[in-house]
Design a protein around this ligand. Structure first.
Ligand SMILES: Cc1ncc(COP(=O)(O)O)c(C=O)c1O
Length: 353
């Protein structure tokens, strides 16, 4: 058995059936990807005369592209250390821009503070639509309730495709699309190959090229289409309580082990309500990440600098997302913390030479 940590999901271990309803809100429209869910919202907003969307200044292109494609201008709002909008900055941006909606992403499971929730409430009372992105807070019992909610399921769960959206005034009739079928096939096949690689049933890492091909393909699919049967079937066999309990235990263990090291946890309470990653801020993210890769620990950066920075923005390069998902155990967390400590120790002593 290979003990790689992180990166794309391999074919998962399954629970008994009966969990689908826990993953999809009753009124949700289930689509193939988060960007499609956001695209449906963006289309509806554009049709109702909304021409701008305020977004946190920490985001990924797949969150903002759907709005730009629908013709909305995207306006970044400064964020606090936890990557959520700074309440006064959000209020000021609202005062300046007319005809705008707000994309509020519960980044890394972080929930709106009382003051941020108050600004969002005021915005809604004035007729601004609030879209809550629950991709990272999927396992949280509740979050801010806006006009629309979206979540990409495929980013944090072992499913080839999947996302949902609620709040649409006119839910679309969706038709399957050949390109998306291929995308789902590629990702399913990649997940199987990765599982075989981890089980040492094969020596090559062919799964990596397949995952990349699938991502390239998704970038080129403009259509919205329904979530695949393959993902619906997998979701039905994934018990959210098991996943959450394992992730919580991992995050708890890891944050305890990180205490006293030169890293700061960004999503302090966020991981407690919806454990997705433990996100740390540190000085030399590239060096630390490369060291972890050399130990077969693959931690993503959320997010790499976007293709094109929105006006007036400076990108944060201090964040690394530590993997704590349900595939891993306390031993894995100890291995990861030891690798982080070793790297920090080495760079610290090099700095003193
Ligand atoms: C918070 C958030 N929202 C939306 C998306 C888009 O989801 P998808 O890649 O499924 O289109 C992502 C993707 O990384 C995300 O992290």
């Amino acid at each position: 058995m290979r003990h790689d940590i992180g990166s794309e999901f391999e074919r998962p271990d399954l629970d008994g059936p009966g969990h689908l309803r826990a993953w999809l809100p009753p009124e949700a429209v289930a689509v193939a990807a988060g960007r499609q869910a956001l695209g449906l919202v963006a289309g509806e907003l554009a049709a109702s005369g909304v021409c701008r969307v305020l977004v946190p200044d920490h985001y990924c292109d797949s969150m903002t592209d759907p709005f730009e494609r629908a013709g909305l201008s995207v306006i970044p709002v400064p964020t606090t250390f936890d990557t959520l909008p700074e309440p006064r900055a959000l209020a000021a941006a609202l005062a300046e821009a007319s005809g705008c909606a707000i994309l509020f992403s519960e980044n890394f499971g972080c929930a709106a503070s009382a003051s941020l929730a108050a600004v969002l409430d005021d915005a809604r009372a004035e007729g601004h639509a609030v879209i809550v992105d629950r991709t990272h807070s999927l396992l949280a019992p509740a979050g801010y309730v806006g006009d629309y909610a979206v979540a990409s399921l495929r980013k944090l769960l072992p499913v080839p495709d999947g996302a949902w959206v609620t709040g649409l005034v006119t839910p679309p009739v969706l038709a399957a699309h050949q390109g998306v079928k291929l995308f789902v096939e590629l990702r399913s096949q990649a997940a199987t190959l990765k599982r075989q690689y981890l089980n040492e049933e094969r020596g090559d890492q062919a799964h990596r090229a397949l995952f990349e091909r699938a991502e390239d393909l998704l970038d080129r699919l403009p259509d919205t289409c329904p979530m695949s049967d393959a993902s619906l079937e997998l979701l039905d066999h994934l018990d959210p309580r098991r996943l959450r309990a394992r992730r919580l235990a991992n995050a708890d263990r890891l944050t305890a082990l990180l205490e006293g090291l030169a890293v700061h946890v960004v999503n302090g309470d966020g991981w407690r309500s919806s454990p997705s990653y433990v996100v740390i801020s540190t000085r030399d993210v590239t060096g630390l990440r490369n060291h972890l890769i050399s130990e077969a620990i693959y931690c993503p950066i959320h997010w790499p600098e976007p293709r094109r920075l929105l006006a007036g923005m400076v990108w944060r390069h201090d964040l690394l997302s530590l993997v704590i998902d349900h595939r891993y155990t306390a031993d894995d967390m100890e291995r990861m913390a030891a690798a982080i400590a070793a790297h920090l120790e080495k760079t610290h002593s090099e700095g003193h030479r």
